[in-house]
Design a protein around this ligand. Structure first.
Ligand code: CAO
Length: 561
């Protein structure tokens, strides 16, 4: 047995990179070539493999440590001091370093193949010499035709099984045509894009340095360009890393190591939707697993479903939809921009999730409220209610409680495979406020009379308008009523307020001719629109619920039965 130090190999012309993942721990048996840690710059991440097989004795780096070539990663107990490194040809003379990076790939690549050609106002951008690699896949396309591209701006991200990195543009210009798409396999010299417009070449060296371990992008003579020249290697040939301090990741690539990306791809997990719990929000294997479990349990909310004001910000891509149209409205006339209110942003995100996740069906019906409205008006006129104005909405809440009692699946919520049937009756009502829609809740509506409900509603509606509702005022609802009765309209499709399973929309009542079997009678008819979650409720039950509501509203004595 001998103790061998595994060092960070020559991974190119860089100062320091950050350790973002420890893949082994003391006591682990590792095979030669097995990845030990993941390091990252802002354009690339790669796994550092072990040059020897053995048992990990001591880890010499911690998460977030900065390392560079020669830094000791760990000590390894190997069979004998003379144990051959995994890649003897590439290993340097010193004791047991990690695998060496091939240091001369650039020399063999024909310069003409990687130097961008400027052809009659257009410029070809090709895959630069990014080291000794072959056949890496395009995992992300960061630009589209028509985009104005800056020199060094990342165009695509490519990935091998040990490294992922962004490939920058060697030129500035307008992207005329992108020559690669997601999933394409690319190699050095492949045509990536055609730019037009001003296309200043950034520092093309006359001759590339054969010994440079940095993948020699034409721009490698400037530090910034070297930084951008993120190389790729397959598992058998570690990548060169660009020279710079790690910074905030650019582009849209989620923060995750190549192996996590691969793992996520195997499971079909969209990494962009996974919340990273690692340092600086990095996505770990546990995060990917938790996301999968949450989706399986039906609890995960996709990015599109939770995005704030998603219609405006796009987000439909997560559902495979076309991106939201971007229009320069000012071209057609003067415009003014306003920020969405906080309430609108929050309610918008909730409404969007509910609309997307709940299979809504809506039944429309009418209730004859002629007698009920006459009674309400009479009560208010006679001031039988100690100054409290009794409202039609209070009757609707009370009638809904009776219907919820008769049809318990409406007073329920879905929880995974289970239906939670509630034995309390809290009814929410949508209140329009200058800042947006809020939904306060009348608690235990079954235990309260019409006057008390009217009074509480008045208080809650005032609090809502004054922006003084507490979270408790808006929690615990079983069923919601959205009344536009004071405003107008005939019918509409209210959106269910998850995790409730139904919502009643009410529009303005009006006198209509109703056939009583002998003649048309003028009756005050109340339009009812019931949206219901078809996962929980069947159409027949919904029709019965609406019909029952109608019967109660037509003759409120039925509430007592
Ligand atoms: N048919 C005809 N008239 C009705 C009615 C109905 N169904 N419901 C109420 N009205 C009339 C009332 O008689 C009253 O008229 P008067 O002023 O002449 O007495 C007027 O409309 C106001 O009614 P109200 O004081 O009883 O208030 P309300 O109960 O209708 O509404 C509240 C209270 C808080 C629900 C309401 O202010 C509100 O915010 N409504 C909008 C809710 C909403 O935006 N829903 C949409 C959600 S989806 O985006």
């Amino acid at each position: 047995m001998a103790l061998v130090e595994i060092q960070v190999p020559d991974i190119g012309d860089f100062d320091e990179v950050t350790v973002i993942e420890l893949l082994v721990k003391p006591g682990d048996t590792v095979a030669a070539e097995q990845s030990l840690i993941t390091v990252e710059s802002d354009k690339a991440s790669m796994e550092i493999p072990s040059s020897h097989a053995g048992v990990v004795k001591e880890l010499k780096v911690r998460l977030d440590d900065k390392v560079k070539q020669g830094s000791v990663v760990l000590t390894l107990e190997v069979q004998s001091a003379g144990a051959a490194p995994a890649s003897p040809a590439a290993a340097p003379a010193q004791a047991a370093p990690a695998r060496q990076i091939p240091t001369q790939p650039a020399a063999s690549a024909p310069t003409a193949a990687i130097n961008p050609a400027i052809v009659s106002g257009t410029t070809e951008v090709r895959v630069p010499d990014i080291g000794d690699f072959k056949d890496v896949s395009v995992i992300e396309v960061l630009v589209k035709a028509g985009d104005t591209i800056k020199a060094e701006q990342s165009l695509i991200t490519v990935e091998s099984d040990k490294a992922s990195m962004e490939i920058p543009s060697s030129h500035a210009g307008v992207l005329k045509e992108l020559k690669v798409k997601l999933g394409d396999i690319v190699n050095i010299g492949d045509l990536l894009a055609i730019l037009e417009g001003s296309a200043a070449v950034i520092g093309v060296p006359a001759q590339k340095e054969a010994a440079s371990a940095v993948a020699s992008l034409p721009a490698a003579s400037t530090p910034a360009a070297a930084e951008a020249s993120a190389p790729v290697t397959p598992a058998s040939a570690p990548a060169a890393m660009p020279a710079h301090e790690p910074a905030a990741p650019q582009g849209n690539l989620p923060h995750a190591s190549p192996s996590i990306r691969k793992f996520a791809r195997e499971l079909g997990v969209p990494l962009a939707e996974v919340k990273g719990s690692g340092p600086k929000g990095r996505i770990t294997e546990t995060d990917v697993k938790s996301f999968t479990q949450a989706v399986m349990a039906g609890a995960a909310q996709t990015k599109a479903q939770t995005a704030i004001a998603p219609a405006a910000s796009g987000g439909g891509e997560a559902l495979g939809l076309l991106p939201w149209p971007k229009v320069d409205f000012a071209k057609f006339g003067p415009v003014e921009r306003q920020d969405m209110s906080r309430i609108k942003k929050i309610s918008g995100a909730n409404l969007h999730r509910n609309w997307v996740m709940i299979p809504h069906v809506c039944n429309h019906d009418d209730a004859d409220i002629t007698a009920l409205e006459a009674f309400r008006v009479q009560m208010n006129k006679e001031n039988e209610t100690s100054g409290v104005k009794i409202t039609m909405l209070a009757f609707l809440i009370k009638a809904s409680v009776a219907a919820l009692k008769k049809f318990p699946q409406f007073n329920a919520s879905l929880d995974g495979d289970q239906l939670v049937l509630k034995q309390y009756f809290n009814v929410a009502f949508a209140a329009d406020t200058p800042n947006g829609l809020v939904v306060p809740v009348i608690k235990d509506a079954d235990k309260k009379g019409i006057v008390q409900i009217s009074q509480e509603m008045g208080e809650l509606a005032k609090k809502a308008r004054d922006g003084k509702l507490s979270p408790a005022d808006m929690q615990g609802a079983c069923f919601t009523i959205s009344s536009l009765g004071g405003i107008g309209g005939r019918y509409f499709t209210p959106i269910i307020n998850a995790p409730e399973v139904a919502i009643l929309g009410v529009c303005k009542s009006r006198i209509e001719p109703v056939w009583d079997g002998k003649a048309f009678q003028p009756r005050l008819m109340q339009p009812l629109s019931l949206s219901w979650d078809h996962r929980v409720i069947d159409g027949a039950a919904a029709a019965r619920f609406n019909a029952f509501l109608g019967q109660i509203l037509a003759d409120f004595r039925r509430v007592l039965l």
